[in-house]
Design a protein around this ligand. Structure first.
Ligand code: ME8
Length: 648
């Protein structure tokens, strides 16, 4: 079994967990679940960083002693993770006795090698980052991350001879492109290494700070925060002799955001070199979440609590959104509008609707039993090929931390399955009693959905397990073989009973501020009559723009569909166009669309068409469609939007 170890940063306990912490930990959880799916020996570590000046300051501000304070905040992190389906194997605290012992062990080894020395130093210290800044790194004299002026500190301290290891580190990074990724951060580190970085201050005199780990070779000093914090990655594995260390460290990967690139890309590997410990395999660096394009900050009151979002929109939607929205490595802006939009488009429309209508068809046509898969025709082979490419790309991209691309690849299969249903038209096969062909089509879609469920487990574990159950199977991690999933399309056993209904992702509406009317806004004053138009000699059939604007086109979602009692050709749709009541639209589309395929779809409605009766039933508008040989396509927005949105 290949080892795969993944860590998050250990989070400072000076504040409650927020969206950024939630993101990194959800990413680490997803990648560790992915490696478990692959059958790798996987270990996932997270925890809290509890020493240092700023923790003492936060405890003082809260009127507590440091130990009580860190116990309480660390517990908040620990309690949060299960509610976000975080499956960490252990939770380390830097105040754990075993951790302190391990730090002292490493310090002593490096000291014995003469790579730690005592000297006087003065420099610009940022308490937010808990490190000294060089003049060059400061922007307008301020820390670029915290935008605060650093404090000048001059005192005698212990230093780690980092400079000795910078050249070997540079060579290692050059020779191992996978060591730091994405590439932009690798380049950033290579350019940092061109500067004279000097040595690293690793201590504080006890006269100034006692809340740290005592140096084993000088009882008057405690260790400086990074030398303490970074060692958590091996202390949690019981370094030096622990079985876990021997088993998992060879597959070590660290996940961090760009704020702590330098400590992880430079301090940590040089510390490992000095201690004679093999380097980690990979550092993976992501960008920042901003909120509606602004930095999250307590003073702006825009700090997003991950649990609030998970409770409001559902955990699966939240996890899916974080992974699909952020392009790993780049900054991304969080907004509830974007979350709801993505939820409705990708989860409710594409996946949820496909899943529920396929189960409904299995019940309608085969009494709920998975049918036999008959002869594979060209049209089916195309699905199998698209499925294979989609899973192959997903697996490669997910493994490379390209989460949003991986999900797009998986959605290629989902969207193709939707198209496949539309083009094979199972309802027509049923009408013609072509049950063998119908069975093949339904089998292929059900099996495709089972494959989707397997691949979604790292991102949405509960949804994946529910999908398995509704397909009449059970998700058993040990039985999953990703290679077989790609190679064969016959995992589902014919005769298995599937659920008769499913509502994995009920559509979400964004909570609108009170002052926004729910109904589409109507012009406050009567529209001015258009100026009499002059005939245009170049285009006699053209209409004026004003004429076009007279047509009120709105987006609506089909809520229910009934056959027209008097006419086979007509369907009676109830459409939510954002008004107080549903609109009834009578449409001549029964020949092309079965009712179950219309429900939940967004359509474009001509909303100001004069109501008229069609075979006795009033139609309040019409829906837009394109008719071409062999079918009729409905117009729909490219992503889900609020009902009642104006089309222009
Ligand atoms: O730096 N967007 O702890 P920390 C995305 N204790 N991720 C964010 C984020 C944002 N806006 N804000 C924070 C420390 N994060 C040290 C680490 S490790 C040996 C010691 C996430 O509580 C991201 O993972 O300040 C970032 O690297 C981490 O929280 C910083 O957490």
């Amino acid at each position: 079994m290949k080892p795969f170890f993944i860590s998050t940063p250990i989070y400072y306990v000076n504040a409650r967990p927020h969206l950024g912490h939630g993101y990194t930990t959800i990413v680490a959880d997803s990648i560790s679940r992915f490696h478990r799916l692959k059958g790798d020996a996987t270990y996932f570590l997270t925890g809290t960083d509890e020493h240092g000046d700023k923790i003492v300051q936060a405890a003082e501000a809260a009127g507590q002693n440091p130990q009580n304070y860190v116990d309480a905040i660390s517990q908040l992190f620990k309690d949060l993770w299960p509610s976000l389906e975080i499956s960490n194997d252990s939770f380390i605290r830097t105040t754990d006795e075993a951790h302190k012992k391990c730090v002292q062990h490493v310090l002593q080894e490096v000291f014995d090698k003469d790579d730690i020395y005592f000297a006087e130093y003065g420099g610009h210290y940022c308490f937010g980052c808990e490190r000294f800044y060089t003049d060059k790194e400061l922007v307008d004299g301020k820390c670029p991350d915290h935008l605060t002026a650093p404090t000048y500190i001059q005192e005698k301290n212990y230093f780690f001879r980092m400079s000795k290891y910078l050249e070997p580190l540079r060579r290692h990074i050059e020779e191992h492109p996978e060591f730091i990724q994405p590439e932009r951060y690798r380049n950033e580190v290579l350019s940092m290494l061109k500067e004279d970085l000097g040595d690293l201050c690793i201590s504080r005199p006890k006269s100034r700070l006692t809340w740290g780990i005592e140096l084993p070779f000088d009882k008057d000093f405690v260790t400086y925060v990074w030398f303490d914090a970074l060692i958590n990655y091996i202390s949690a594995l019981d370094y030096p002799n622990g079985e876990k260390y021997l088993r998992y460290w060879p597959g070590a990967h660290h996940l961090v955001a760009k704020d702590i690139l330098k400590p992880h890309a430079i301090f940590w590997p040089t510390m490992l070199m000095a201690a004679g410990i093999p380097l980690y395999k990979g550092l993976r660096v992501h960008g920042y979440w901003t909120v509606n394009e602004t930095k999250m900050s307590k003073s702006l009151g825009n700090v997003i609590a991950p649990l609030d979002m998970a409770q409001k929109y559902g955990l699966s939607a939240f996890r899916y959104f974080l992974l699909s929205e952020m392009s790993f490595g780049q900054d991304s802006s969080f907004s509830e509008e974007a979350l709801v939009g993505r939820f409705n488009a990708d989860l409710a429309n594409d996946l949820g609707n496909l899943f529920s209508r396929t189960l409904a068809m299995t019940h309608k046509y085969f009494a709920g039993q998975v049918p036999e898969c008959g002869e594979i025709l060209e049209q089916d082979r195309e699905v199998l090929e698209i499925g294979q490419t989609s899973m192959d790309n997903f697996q490669t991209q997910f493994g490379n931390f390209q989460f949003s691309r991986a999900l797009k690849s998986l959605w290629d299969l989902i969207r193709h399955l939707n198209k496949y249903i539309d083009s094979t038209a199972p309802w027509t096969l049923y009408k013609n009693q072509d049950l063998i062909r119908l069975g093949t089509v339904i089998y292929i879609v059900l099996e495709g959905l089972r494959k989707v469920a397997v691949h979604l487990w790292p991102i949405m574990p509960t949804v994946s397990e529910v999908m398995h159950e509704q397909l009449g199977t059970k998700f058993i991690l040990e039985n999953v073989d990703l290679e077989t999933e790609m190679a064969s399309w016959y995992g589902l056993v014919p005769g298995t009973i599937v659920a008769n209904q499913s509502n994995l992702f009920p559509r979400q509406e964004l909570e609108k501020p009170e002052d926004k009317p729910k109904t589409p806004s109507k012009p406050k004053t009567a529209p001015k009559p258009p100026a009499p138009s002059q005939p245009d000699m170049a285009c006699p059939e053209c209409i004026d723009f004003e004429d076009f604007t007279k047509i009120d086109l709105r987006v609506g979602t089909v809520i229910s569909v009934e056959p027209h009692p008097q006419a086979d050709r007509l369907l009676v749709l109830k459409v939510d166009t954002g008004e107080d009541t549903l609109r009834q639209v009578v449409a001549g589309i029964a020949e092309f669309w079965s009712p179950e395929n219309l429900v939940n779809r967004q359509v474009i409605v001509v909303a100001n068409l004069k109501p008229r009766k069609l075979r006795g039933l009033v139609s309040q508008g019409m829906i837009l469609a394109v008719k071409q040989e062999g079918g009729l396509q409905l117009l729909t927005p490219s992503a889900s939007v609020l009902n009642g949105s104006k089309v222009s």
